[in-house]
Design a protein around this ligand. Structure first.
Ligand SMILES: N[C@@H](CCC(=O)N[C@@H](CS)C(=O)NCC(=O)O)C(=O)O
Ligand SMILES: *[C@@H]1O[C@H](CO)[C@@H](O)[C@H](O)[C@H]1NC(C)=O
Ligand SMILES: *[C@@H]1O[C@H](CO)[C@@H](O)[C@H](O)[C@H]1NC(C)=O
Ligand SMILES: *[C@@H]1O[C@H](CO)[C@@H](O)[C@H](O)[C@H]1NC(C)=O
Length: 231
């Protein structure tokens, strides 16, 4: 693998934002050092690298920090344009479309994700956030048709920008499925996304990165709630 030695990721194993960056590094075949952060006791390296947001992921490339997961992914795609498949489409118009949907995911799905797990004070508030997530996923069902053009991924034949951005949440979706007693990505309402979820989870690049141990994720949720993270 290329990149060894000068790439480091500061992360948390359940973070949708960290997971998407690690999948892209796998996709590109880049070796990197992974450092697990404790959000209740952040390292001096994290605080020094991203003093404004103090959030993970941070990518350190030759010691220089790059922040914000979507920015990190675009940085990797640009610096290692020759390594592995392109994550963003090469056509500027299609690239704009991919950026639009990636922003939509973090805006709508991201806020519903926080509402379902971290910001709900009771089951009624959770149900309200689940409904918001379902509505966003319904819209993304249409986006999948638009972007994939009948192929397996938003990115077409292979995993692309929207795939990794949405795919980063799948570990938490498994935990939410358990909490609400049904699939958040409902195979009846969003059949294309339900099939995509299975396909994405089982790719070589996502395996071992997208958490599949629901008990472990739910236990981690309790630690996050205890330290008041993600509020
Ligand atoms: N917009 C940021 C979001 C990153 C983010 O929210 N990370 C969380 C972990 S999932 C974090 O580090 N939170 C800091 C904290 O809870 O103190 C990105 O895309 O990188
Ligand atoms: C916080 O992390 C530092 C090392 O980064 C460690 O020495 C210290 O014991 C930790 N504190 C707590 C309360 O976990
Ligand atoms: C990373 O974030 C810090 C503030 O937290 C900022 O000073 C720095 O310029 C950022 N670097 C990049 C590449 O985004
Ligand atoms: C982190 O910084 C970026 C750039 O300033 C901003 O868009 C984003 O909302 C910030 N995230 C958090 C969690 O503060």
């Amino acid at each position: 693998m290329a990149g060894g030695g000068d790439l480091k990721v500061l992360g948390v194993w359940t973070s949708p934002f960290v997971i998407r960056v690690r999948i892209v590094l796998n996709l590109k075949g880049l070796a990197y050092e992974y450092v697990e952060e404790d959000l209740g006791n952040k390292s001096a390296l994290l605080l020094g690298s991203n003093p404004v947001n103090k959030s993970v992921p941070v990518l350190l490339h030759g010691g220089r920090p790059v922040n914000e997961s979507q920015v990190i992914i675009q940085y990797i795609d640009e610096v290692w344009a020759g390594a592995g498949p392109a994550v963003l489409p090469s056509d500027p118009y299609e690239r704009a479309v991919a950026r639009f949907w990636a922003a939509y995911v973090d805006d709508k799905v991201g806020s519903a994700w926080q509402g379902m797990l971290f910001r709900c004070n009771n089951e009624e508030e959770r149900a309200e956030a689940v409904a918001r997530a379902a509505e966003a996923l319904q819209t993304l069902e249409g986006a999948f048709e638009e972007c994939s053009k009948g192929k397996p991924f938003f990115g077409g034949d292979g995993i692309g920008f929207v795939d990794v951005v949405l795919g980063g949440y799948l570990g938490w979706f498994g935990a939410i499925d358990r909490i609400i007693g049904r699939k958040l990505i409902d195979p009846a309402r969003t059949p294309l996304l339900a099939a995509w979820e299975e396909r994405f989870r089982t790719t070589e690049v996502a395996k071992g990165i997208v958490p599949d141990d629901v008990d472990k994720v739910l236990a981690f949720l309790q630690t996050l709630l205890a330290i008041g993270s993600m509020k």
